[in-house]
Design a protein around this ligand. Structure first.
Ligand SMILES: [Zn+2]
Ligand SMILES: [Zn+2]
Length: 78
């Protein structure tokens, strides 16, 4: 499907994998992300599940680094 995927990751500036990428919910950068942990692909962000809507959303490492480190949900698994 013709998505607007940049040639390079907008977080680490390395070549983008068209199969494994995500768009940041906060800054709309497209970055490396794979949900298949068997794949040797770097992650430049992470995905989270919104507890309210159960929608999945993505956050790039750039935004993660700028966020205050606070538990975003009362549901932290540890
Ligand atoms: Zn990257
Ligand atoms: Zn971001």
């Amino acid at each position: 499907m013709p998505e607007d995927i940049p040639k390079d990751c907008q977080v680490c500036a390395e070549p983008m994998d068209p199969q494994h990428n995500a768009t940041c919910a906060f800054c709309a950068r497209v970055f490396h992300l794979t949900w298949d942990t068997r794949m040797e692909i770097k992650d430049c962000g992470r995905f989270d599940l919104d507890e309210q809507s159960l929608a999945m959303y993505f956050t790039c490492n750039t935004c993660l680094a700028q966020m205050p480190q606070r538990p975003s949900t009362p549901f932290t698994p540890f």
